[in-house]
Structures are given as C-alpha cells and as structure tokens.
Design a protein around this ligand. Structure first.
Ligand code: GLY
Length: 372
C-alpha cells in the first residue's frame, strides 16, 4: 500500500487527508508539518474510547510525544448514547485540568462518535482550538471525519447541537480496518457505494468487478486502499465546493432521507446508520425508477452491489406511516416538501421535492411489511 494525500481546499482553512498505511508512528510529524504557519502549542488532549485506545493508544501517544507534544488522554465510553453534551462537559473538564490553551490541539482517535464530539469540544473550548481527526472506522474515515460538521445529539434528535469546525489534518491508517467488527465495516461500505452512485461510475464498476466486498479480510489491500482514497476524494470534492451546506452538499444525503427515518423509528437499534442508508439507497433507486428518472438495469445493479457488500436491501418491520411522518419532520425538509436525492445514472443524481406520496408508499410496501 502506498501513502496518499488528498486536499480539502476551503476559503479559510484548507487541510489534508493523509492516508498512510501502518502510519501511526508518523502521526506526530504529520501534525507538525500540516500545522505549519499555525500557532501550535505543545499541549494535546487525545480523546478516544477504551477499546480503540487499548489497540492503538500507545503508538499514537508515543508518536506525538516523540516530537515534543505533551499528551493527556480522555476516554469516553463507546456508543452513540454517549454522544451528548454531558460527555462534552467531561472533555471540557479534562481540557481545564490539563490547561489547554488557544494554541492547543484536541486529537480524536476513534469512530464517528469520538470524532463528532471531540470536534465539537474543540470548536467551543476557548472559542475554538486546533483539532486533528484520526478515524478508525470505515464510516469515520470516508465520511464523518471529513467536512467539519461536528456535534452531539439532543434527546429529541441526532446531531441537533453542533458547529462547523474543520480539522487541521485527517490522518488515516487503512490497515486498522482489519480489527473493525464486520458489521461496522459493512456499515461504512454503504457510504462508499453512495459515492459511486452519486458521482463516480468508474468507482462503482471497480466495486462491481471485485470478487468480494463484504469482509475486510477478503478485499485485496490495493482495493481497500483504493476504496478509502476514492471515497475520501469524493467527500473532499463536494465539501471543497460547498463548505457550509449551501447547496451541493445535499447530494451526500443520497439514501439518508428514508435511511434516517428508518433509523430513528427503530430507535437506532434495528439497523445501524450504514444499514439504514443502504436500504434508503434501495428505496431512492426504486423511487427514481418509478418516476422514470433512471432505468431498471441500474436500479438492479445498485441492489446487487449493496447485497454484495453484505448490506440489507429490505426494510425491517416498521410502521410505513411513521416513516412518512418522520420524513416530514426531518430537519432537511424545506417549506413542507421532502427533498429526495434521486439517481439518474450510475454517477449522477438530482434533487427532487415532487416524489408522489403513493409512489413512496408503494416502494416502502415492496421493501417490507408495515407494522400497523
Ligand atoms: N463531519 C462530517 C461532515 O462534515 O460532513
């Protein structure tokens, strides 16, 4: 595997995504080089969860201390239920205890929960300090760590509290995916497939041609590297053109409209985020086919690829009326109209707010039984 560097070019603060196989020993040097010109103090608060820290913490801390940083560690329990203001308060307590200053840095080592929460703490501590993302799940590598959206959940909804705060560096070692639980790896593959459908037919075909996609161990290292690099590039391209979600970024919500509704109706227990996005893409694909926007063959190709990645293409038993209601209360609804990202080709999507409710209901009925 080679190392790759992808630039996220933004008006105020550009940064790099470094993909460095087996690279944790080099993290300290990367932070120093990438922060050139930035007032970079020696104090670092490394935030992680106990399982990830046990696997990689020593190497990461050693790499940072070797180049002169003073590293304090703050561990938070794993799981979405801990992505709360109460957990952020504890990060602030550590920041205070370890005297983090305006020039200090918070480093997030972990999945999306750790990254979103640490980023939010970094965006607000002393009105904003340096932040570095070291994502360890596929979902965090290809999506959550890139783009600057940080935040925590409110008891009434996911990610309702947050801020844009771009990292100075996203540092990825794709080899750590070898230790990721299988279901979590597959969840990340949903976002990966999304990038193929929304913008990259070549990438989609490359995945179609792969012998296997469902388990990290059965994917050739070169393909795994290519999957991470192309996905990060796809996210970086969109974010570079629309940092604050004024327009284009909406295409990243492909599969998320119905996906979010299904996820929240199942109380985030039936399906994880990636699985919900997978079914959401299937639904969006069928809606697009039903509206005559793309052909059945592409719809089938998408479903075959999702299946190949070991992801679901049917809904769990869930109240379809509840999905429709949840769609209307989604934070992305504009003027009472639900906006869907719908494919028109492998590699192209449009945004439409005129999906007929009866088509939506019939697609849901095709995908599973309703709990009435
Ligand atoms: N942090 C994820 C995003 O900005 O999209």
């Amino acid at each position: 595997m080679r190392q790759s560097v992808i630039s996220v070019a933004l008006p105020d603060q550009s940064y790099n995504i470094a993909i460095v196989p087996n690279g944790f020993d080099q993290l300290g040097n990367w932070v120093i080089v990438q922060a050139e010109g930035v007032n970079l103090g020696r104090q670092i608060l490394l935030v992680s969860n106990p399982a990830i820290f046990k696997l990689y913490g020593d190497r990461v801390v050693a790499s940072l201390t070797k180049v002169g940083f003073i590293v304090a560690v703050h561990l938070i329990p794993a799981g979405e239920q801990h992505k709360t203001l109460a957990s952020v308060q504890k990060i602030y307590d550590s920041a205070l205890k370890h005297r983090l200053e305006r020039s200090s840095t918070m480093v997030a080592l972990g999945g999306g929960v750790v990254g979103d929460m640490t980023g939010f703490a970094a965006s607000t501590w002393l009105r904003g300090i340096n932040f570095v993302q070291v994502p360890t799940s596929l979902l965090a590598m290809v999506d959550a760590s890139i783009g600057g959206k940080t935040g925590v959940n409110h008891p009434k909804g996911k990610n309702l509290i947050g801020a844009f705060h771009q990292p100075r560096l996203v540092f990825i070692d794709p080899l750590v995916l070898q230790t990721l639980p299988r279901r979590e790896f597959r969840a990340g593959m949903a976002e990966v497939i999304k990038y193929g459908v929304i913008g990259s037919p070549g990438f989609f075909e490359q995945m179609e041609a792969a012998e296997k996609l469902s388990d990290v161990q059965s994917i050739a290292p070169e393909l795994l590297e290519s999957i991470v690099v192309q996905s990060c590039q796809a996210k970086a391209d969109v974010v570079s053109q629309d940092e604050k979600e004024a327009g284009l970024r909406a295409i990243l919500n492909y599969g998320h409209t119905i996906g979010h509704a299904v996820e929240s109706l199942g109380n985030y227990q039936d399906l994880n985020h990636g699985e919900a996005v997978a079914v959401g893409m299937v639904a969006a694909g069928r809606i697009a086919a039903g509206m005559g926007l793309w052909d059945q063959e592409n719809c089938d190709r998408q479903e075959a690829l999702i299946t190949k990645a070991g992801l679901p293409v049917t809904l769990p038993v869930v109240d379809h009326g509840g999905i429709v209601t949840a769609l209307l209360s989604d934070k992305k609804v504009k003027a009472g109209k639900v906006r869907f990202v719908l494919p028109t080709a492998i590699g192209a999507v449009v945004i439409r707010d005129d999906v007929p409710e009866n088509l939506l209901r019939s697609v849901l009925a095709e995908l599973g039984e309703s709990l009435e």
